[in-house]
Design a binder for this molecule. Structure first.
Ligand SMILES: NC(=O)c1ccc[n+]([C@@H]2O[C@H](COP(=O)([O-])OP(=O)(O)OC[C@H]3O[C@@H](n4cnc5c(N)ncnc54)[C@H](O)[C@@H]3O)[C@@H](O)[C@H]2O)c1
Ligand SMILES: [Zn+2]
Length: 444
């Protein structure tokens, strides 16, 4: 999922020794095996910080290994003793011969696992989320005080609607750590240099403080940007309360504001110290806002090629962004449908909601990929918009994806999404299928 090198320690040891672990155990005894294992862990950890390494359950018995692990991100794959026993009872693992002994060993190792773990996870999706600093858990808003890293003071930033809905719970959860509360205008109006500047003036945090952005993508984009520049960068935490935020905007460290020349033209890459996703907060979200997020969720499903839920979509975006934090390579795949969407939005003078533009853009991308559009039409019901086709085309060309007579855009191939080059005429034709002819009543 992270496109990183993977090393399974047991497999490596078996390969190097030329025999299975149980044989190695039988020949050298447990202490002999542990010595070999300790050296193998050290060698694997030395291959660099980007590898994903799976350790055997007993590897952390070595004090040297524990000391080495302190420098790395350690995820404890938590599994209850019954499940663990069910998995290994028929294996030939040397320490899984008697159930009683196995359970005793499990109990004995628990405190070690607990003390070493930077995060706990039960599946691959959770590991990816943990590595990205994402906590995805119902009720996590009420644990905000412990989820904001460190112990320093917190400045809470939210728009008035969100403060009305969740302000009291956030205040309570932050308790004594809460230093100040800052109210933003709702929506895109928050993403201006004026609002950022006012916030910089109001803040009285030192570098040990943390900004918490509670709200939709507008709030988290602005909060992250303010945090990126304040005192040359303080940590921030995103608590997304919209579907757009929970599957997209709060993840990946892109922060920013709008200027007169366009949306998101000023900003910074500033990865949040934590993203706290509590899906129960979406219960109050108006249907119109939910649809915005659905478009990004469907986009992510198309990219992943599977039926992801919101948590899976958050993990998918986290993985892509961890792989390419500065948007120079694979992260660009997240632009699926967006070349068309940006053209239509600009031509509509930004009156067209982003999600509706993305739904149309995805339709065009599927058509150009020769894919069936039935599912997309059922889920998002994209409807052609009335905009000036020439204006939409010019805006699409300005969207930085142009190379001569052809246009770069993300399409879906047999092996997944890729950046394709298509003739300008073909792209323009696809764009025009998204545009409605002005109706007679309007024209009159
Ligand atoms: N940084 C990124 O990677 C990224 C990605 C996608 C979008 N974005 C940005 O996100 C912004 C759009 O985000 P958005 O759609 O979340 O908009 P938003 O932040 O304006 O929120 C939409 C509205 O919903 C209200 N609201 C929020 N949570 C609510 C809840 N739980 N119940 C009821 N009402 C609630 C808000 O007050 C607001 O009026 C855009 O500016 C876009 O550029 C950024
Ligand atoms: Zn989008």
């Amino acid at each position: 999922m992270l496109s990183r090198p993977f090393c399974d320690l047991d497999a490596t040891i078996e390969e190097q020794a030329g025999m299975p672990v149980e044989k190695l155990f039988a020949r050298r005894g447990e202490s002999g095996f542990r010595a070999i294992e300790e050296r193998a862990v050290e060698a694997a950890l030395a291959t660099g910080p980007r590898s994903v390494i799976s350790l055997g359950g007993g590897a952390v018995g070595s004090a040297k290994t524990r000391a080495l692990l302190a420098e790395h991100f350690v995820v404890w794959l938590e599994v209850d003793p019954d499940t663990a026993w069910a998995r290994v009872r028929r294996s030939r693992r040397p320490l899984a011969r008697s159930e009683a002994a196995f359970r005793a060993l499990y109990e004995e190792r628990l405190p070690l696992y607990r003390s070493l773990a930077d995060a706990t996870a039960a599946d691959a999706t959770s590991v990816v989320l943990a590595v990205g600093g994402v906590c995805h858990e119902d009720g996590s808003l009420d644990r905000l005080g412990e989820l904001v890293p460190g112990e320093g003071p917190v400045a809470l930033v939210a728009d008035s609607t969100v403060l009305g809905l969740f302000g009291a719970r956030a205040r309570q959860a932050l308790g004594a750590r809460l230093a100040s509360v800052h109210e933003l205008p709702a929506g895109e109006e928050a993403k201006t240099i004026g609002v950022a500047s006012a916030l910089w003036s109001e803040l009285s945090l030192d570098r040990g403080g943390t900004l918490v952005g509670l709200g939709g993508g507008c709030t988290t984009d602005l909060t992250g940007f303010v945090a990126a520049c304040y005192l040359r960068g303080v940590p921030w935490v995103a608590v997304p309360t919209t579907l757009v935020g929970q599957v997209d905007a709060a993840i990946g460290g892109k922060t920013g504001i709008d200027i007169a020349q366009g949306k998101n033209l000023v900003g910074a890459f500033h990865w949040p110290a934590r993203v706290v996703i509590d899906e129960t907060l979406l219960a109050t979200l108006p249907e119109r806002e939910r649809r915005q997020g659905m478009a990004e969720l469907v986009k992510t499903r198309l990219l992943a090629g599977s039926e992801l839920d919101a948590r899976g979509a958050a993990a998918f975006k986290t993985a892509l962004c961890l792989e390419d934090p500065h948007d120079r390579g694979r992260r660009r795949l997240l632009n699926l449908g967006h070349t068309f969407a940006h053209g239509l939005e600009a031509a509509a003078g930004f009156e067209l909601p982003h999600g509706e533009a993305v739904a149309l853009g995805l339709l065009a991308a599927l058509r150009l990929s020769a894919r069936d559009t039935g599912e997309l039409e059922r889920l998002l019901a994209p409807r052609p918009v009335e905009v000036d086709p020439e204006r939409a085309w010019q805006a699409l060309l300005r969207d930085k994806k142009r190379s001569g007579e052809s246009i770069n855009l993300v399409l879906l191939g047999d092996d997944g999404p890729y950046v394709a080059e298509r003739p300008a005429a073909e792209v323009r034709e696809a764009l025009e299928t998204l545009i409605a002819k002005p109706s007679l009543s309007r024209a009159s």
